[in-house]
Write a new protein. Structure first.
Lengths: 312, 312
């Protein structure tokens, strides 16, 4: 089976961890073991992943060092996180495949994701990124850099950036070529670096964040996989989550998924975009499926005995 | 002709610049114009590049923020710099090729370079990396982290790391596949992230720096190019540099190059490894050539009318 695996942040950095290289390395090794098991079962996999905590740390390092070194913009920080996380993943998967086979090439491609400069998201930035600021710092940043700032969870002010819709992947031809050749391709980390095209065609990086599962749904269609496997830190999709009438699903139709989304059953920062992306991959297709499951149950999820399988 | 272009640090960040994203972007755009001209002449190019100033800045950001965020080791910082610089280069080259053709895929591959854990360099670390420290900080880092420290140019103490010889490139199969397919492949930035194999085969990143031109010579053989084009900020190879009897070369044989190297004509931190790498690529081959030239004269250098061409 052809599978695009979309790894959540917890595959590399878990809640409550500080994010040392040793912690991340241990998490990535464990993730690589799960992925290698899928490959040994004969699944043909491509991989994408989130980058929230990592790009947050890189932004914070840039901010703290800003009096000495010019801080890099968000698109460049995102590219740094793609390099960092791709390296960790490909090193760990390489080690697994060298130890237990099969001997497939593993590679990370730096990926740029095209968005529309007229996407309505640019008028309404919603995604907080980077460090917290005081009210006066916040006012200064608004004035100096034109940043949009919000008061965030009582801890201070944060920059908000838009989250436009991914439209295309500039490196798609190479991703498809390598996937067809049997390579384990890691791409579009953090949803890819968001770029727009100027009127003269020049590609320009923009300061925005992409939802990695939205990009994953696009990438899954581009690569032509049968299954989009979204791995996260919950075991399946629930409605009425945390309430007495909570209900988890082994299976969900596109129609029901849309209904629950419309009811506001899924938080916009977490399960919402996953269900939306699953639906956007599956809808209007006969055979495609999306599975939302925990990293630990990846194998069972592909067999249909764990997680939530979404079909038409 | 098949050409591996090895870009010096000045292709991305020039001496005296602060390293803002705007400066780097402008340099990279200019570099991309030179590279696009080569491609339009019909050259089939692969690209590699240095990362000295960029990885230095990332290390310094990690150091400054270390009380708040766990600093990443040198191999991870190197991977970040590959992501950052690969992104900048591929964005600029993509823009150039979209504007003036030809429509070739452009991609950056995260690259790991295998070294020998028994390389004698590990016993004698020589390459200063990262920030300057006071004498007491230096003593503390020696004690706490086991770092080797040197007193550097009267400005304080710096960590020194080994510079082992690159032996193999873990992602070579993918690099070759994409090059053959006509893709403009950017790989082995900063010489690649240096890794060793443990006894059980596990790939482990190590804290070392690679000479990017040494890796370039290896990569040039792996890819099977005819020409290794080393672009830097000097116009050609000189002996007796800066003296009244200074002499620049349009052509140099391997035998003469070896003789001048033995005479200590070339500084070990700059022209020395370039001439060595040129020789290691050209030696024992009938037709191969290496050219050392300035970025601005890349086209003339390939025609043999600028720079120094090294042949057997």
């Amino acid at each position: 089976m052809k599978v695009l695996v979309s790894l959540g942040g917890n595959a590399i950095l878990q809640r409550g961890q500080k994010g040392t290289a040793v912690e991340q390395d241990a998490n990535v090794r464990s993730t690589a073991k799960h992925l290698a098991r899928l490959i040994r079962r004969g699944e043909r996999i491509a991989i994408t992943h989130g980058n929230g905590p990592q790009v947050g740390n890189i932004l914070l390092q840039n901010e703290i060092a800003k009096d000495i070194l010019p801080p890099m913009p968000l698109d460049v920080c995102g590219a740094e996180s793609q390099g960092m996380m791709g390296y960790m993943l490909q090193k760990a998967i390489r080690s697994e495949l060298d130890a237990g086979g099969p001997n497939l090439p593993v590679t990370t491609l730096m990926t740029q994701t095209l968005v529309d400069a007229k996407d309505p998201a640019f008028k309404k930035p919603t995604k907080p990124v980077g460090p917290f600021y005081s009210a006066s710092e916040s006012a200064e940043l608004k004035r100096l850099k034109g940043w949009r700032m919000i008061s965030d969870s009582g801890r201070g002010y944060r920059r908000v950036v838009p989250s436009p819709r991914p439209l295309d992947i500039l490196e798609k031809e190479t991703i498809v070529r390598l996937f067809k050749a049997g390579t384990v391709v890691i791409s579009a980390g953090g949803g890819g670096v968001p770029v727009v095209r100027d009127r003269d065609g020049t590609v320009k990086g923009i300061e925005a964040v992409l939802d990695k599962d939205r990009t994953a749904a696009l990438l899954a269609r581009i690569v032509g996989v049968d299954t989009l496997l979204i791995l996260t830190d919950v075991e399946k999709v629930f409605i009425n989550y945390g309430k007495p009438n909570q209900r988890g699903f082994d299976k969900m139709t596109v129609a029901n998924g849309r209904r629950y989304l419309a009811e506001g059953q899924f938080p916009s920062g977490s399960m919402g975009p996953k269900v939306e992306s699953a639906i956007s991959f599956v809808a209007d297709s006969g055979k495609r499926r999306a599975v939302i499951a925990s990293l630990e149950s990846a194998e069972e999820a592909l067999r249909g005995t764990a997680g939530t399988t979404i079909t038409n």
